[in-house]
Structures are given as structure tokens and as C-alpha cells.
Design a protein around this ligand. Structure first.
Ligand code: KG4
Ligand code: ZN
Length: 355
């Protein structure tokens, strides 16, 4: 059997310092040093703080990833790193470290697009899971939904390495909207997981929310109207000076979360109607961890009557930012010989779109 490449992958695109070791698409280790605590007072990611924290954490994170994978650097076939998109100062830390390692240990370097990594994250497999090369079916005409704090996109995977972006958000990302409205409700940062928990105790029909972009005729998304609607609604509910009761907060979370997901499923339905070639649907990104979102998407797929399956990453640690997904993409690029030819020329691409 052909030996699959052993890759050390790094991701410092936002507020997680992440390192992982992959063997083909198998994840041997997946270490994530979260900075959420540091950014909590700001209710979002503060780029210079992110850069400093990445610098402080990167060596420890790599050492732990190597140790957990029981691998030494000389056994590696390549180093991989996120080149973009992401916060420029944050990306720089991972790229500088990756170049340093590639030079010192004379390893090829693979530069990876962070969105492509979220797209292919459902392909990652657990170390304990045995899957033969023969049973692997590469995705062809698969629709990917990347729903995170920085992105909300519908991407058609024609095949691995060939993508068409069908739709994207024209303003905020879904996760960003959840976080911003969560901040209005004092739910802390990131608010997405808290909203998911509170929504379970609430009535999703308690409050009305608009369904945006129904007449746009495209597959694009928009979450800023929902944010404004939320602000107005909270102001109205608290106009007499009383704070929201616990039940009002739960009902608000349930109604608001339902509205965010309805917007996604409405557009998903439209994409499916216009694209009969789609064979399956992948879901990736931080918001993909949400069980209610998965349920809503599965219901939409069932309604389409085409037997389409929803594939999600095997663990929540592969939904939010992580380096294992970077290793998965690097595996395919390495097999195709797509390594960085001149390390000096490799620069961050903070706005790198996928297609
Ligand atoms: O993929 P990610 O870690 O970072 C970006 O690349 O943006 O996504 C982070 C986002 C945050 O907005 C967070 O609130 C959201 O994912 N998130 C969730 C859940 N877990 C994380 N949103 C809804 N439900 C969750 N369980
Ligand atoms: Zn991400």
C-alpha cells in the first residue's frame, strides 16, 4: 500500500493557535490553543492581541501536536500552513514559523486556503478509524456550506482542488451575527454555543424575525438586517426599564437562532433546485457544531427528495478553527505536487477567496 504523507499543519488565521499532525486524511493529533478568554472583553477578535498570543503559544502548540502524534520532525514529509484568508498579523505568525521549520529541517511547504480547509473538513478521519484507500470516494459535485464567524458561503466542490463559489454573505457572517446579537444579550464571546443551549429552553415562535434576501434571485446571504431587527426588538422589550427575564432570553435565542438557520435553509433549497448535479452536502465552520442547524439542514435535504446526505466533521474540534483540516487539504495538494517553490515569495493572503 502506498505510504501516505505525514504532515505537520499550522493555522493562526484568527484567534486559535492550532497545530496538527495528519497522515493522509487521518488526524494523528489536533491541538488548539484558544484565545477566546483574551478577546472576551472586546466581544470579538482584537488582531494585535491575537498576534501576540500566537507568538507566545505557537512553539508549545507544535511541540504538543508532535508529541501526541508520536512523531519526530525528521519523520515528516511536509509542513503546511494557512496562507489566508484571515487576520494579516495573525496569519504572519504561522507563516513565519512554517518557513522557519521548512528551512531548518529541509521539508517541502504547502500553503493552504483556510476556506478550502473548512470545505474539506468532513473528509478528516479519526486515527482509530480504519478506512482503505479503495473505499475512499473523492467528492465530486458536492455542495459545501462553510458557516463560521468569518464566512458564510455556498461552495460547489466540482472535485478536490476545483471549486465554484455559488453564494456568500454580502455583510456579516452567520457566526458573527450570532456573536453580535449575543453581545446585546450579554451572553459573552463567542455567543453561538450559548445561544444554542438557551434556544433549547425557549419557544422559537415567540418572536417574529424577517426572512432576508428572498427576492434577490441569487444564493447570497445577508445577516445585518437580522442584527438590526434584534437590536430594535430588545429595545422594545426592555423599554419600560426591565431587563429581559430568563424565559424571555430563552425565547429570544430560540426565535433568533431559528431565523438565522431559516435564512440558510431557504437559500440551500434554492441552490438544490437549480443544481441537479449535486450529489451530497458537506457542512464546515464553527457554526457547524450546532445540532439544531444540522437538523434543519437534514430536514431540507429530506424535503428535496433526492436522497442527499449531510456530511459533517467527525468532531466539534474540526468545526471551529483547527489545523487538522489544514493538513487534510495539504495532503491533496502535496499529492499533486503543489508545494511552495520559493519560500521568500510566500506571503499571507488575508482576503484569499476560494475560487
Ligand atoms: O470556524 P470558527 O472557529 O472561526 C472562523 O473561521 O470564523 O467559527 C467561530 C464561530 C463563532 O461565531 C461562534 O459563535 C460560532 O462559530 N459557533 C457556534 C457554535 N459553536 C461555535 N455557533 C452556533 N452554535 C454553536 N454550537
Ligand atoms: Zn475558520
Amino acid at each position: 500500500m502506498k505510504k501516505l504523507p505525514l504532515i505537520l499543519a499550522l493555522d493562526t488565521s484568527c484567534d486559535e493557535t492550532a497545530a496538527a499532525v495528519t497522515n493522509g486524511t487521518t488526524v494523528l493529533s489536533n491541538v488548539i490553543a484558544s484565545q477566546a478568554e483574551l478577546h472576551r472583553p472586546y466581544g470579538g477578535v482584537f488582531p494585535t492581541i491575537a498576534k501576540q498570543a500566537h507568538k507566545e503559544n505557537i512553539d508549545r502548540t507544535i511541540a504538543l501536536a508532535m508529541k501526541r502524534a508520536r512523531i519526530t520532525i525528521d519523520q515528516l514529509d511536509a509542513i503546511a500552513v494557512t496562507q489566508g484568508p484571515g487576520l494579516a498579523p495573525a496569519l504572519e505568525v504561522g507563516i513565519t514559523k512554517a518557513k522557519e521549520l521548512a528551512r531548518e529541517f529541509k521539508k517541502p511547504l504547502v500553503a493552504v486556503n483556510h476556506i478550502e480547509a473548512h470545505v474539506l473538513s468532513p473528509l478528516a478521519i479519526r486515527n482509530s478509524q480504519v478506512i482503505s484507500a479503495e473505499s475512499f470516494h473523492p467528492p465530486m459535485n458536492v455542495l459545501s456550506l462553510v458557516i463560521s464567524g468569518g464566512h458564510s458561503e455556498f461552495i460547489l466542490i466540482k472535485e478536490v482542488g476545483s471549486y465554484q463559489r455559488l453564494g456568500w454573505t454580502i455583510d456579516d457572517a452567520a457566526g458573527e451575527c450570532l456573536d453580535k446579537v449575543g453581545r446585546m444579550l450579554d451572553l459573552g464571546y463567542p455567543a453561538g454555543p450559548v445561544i444554542e443551549q438557551f434556544a433549547k429552553k425557549g419557544d422559537a415562535k415567540a418572536y417574529q424575525f424577517p426572512l432576508p434576501m428572498t427576492l434577490s434571485g441569487d444564493y447570497n446571504l445577508s445577516f445585518s438586517g437580522m442584527k438590526t431587527h434584534s437590536r430594535n426588538l430588545i429595545e422594545k422589550l426592555t423599554a419600560d426599564g426591565h431587563a429581559l427575564t430568563a424565559q424571555e432570553t430563552y425565547d429570544f435565542c430560540a426565535s433568533f437562532q431559528r431565523a438565522v438557520f431559516r435564512h440558510l435553509t431557504y437559500k440551500l433549497e434554492k441552490v438544490l433546485l437549480d443544481h441537479p448535479e449535486i450529489t451530497a452536502v458537506y457542512l464546515g465552520g464553527g457554526v457547524a457544531a450546532n445540532r439544531q442547524l444540522r437538523k434543519a439542514l437534514r430536514e431540507t435535504l429530506k424535503k428535496s427528495g433526492r436522497g442527499l446526505r449531510l456530511h459533517v466533521p467527525y468532531s466539534n474540534r474540526l468545526c471551529g478553527d483547527n489545523a487538522a483540516m489544514i493538513g487534510v487539504v495539504a495532503h491533496f495538494k502535496f499529492q499533486r505536487g503543489e508545494t511552495v517553490k520559493d519560500l521568500d515569495q510566500l506571503d499571507r493572503q488575508p482576503r484569499w477567496a476560494i475560487s
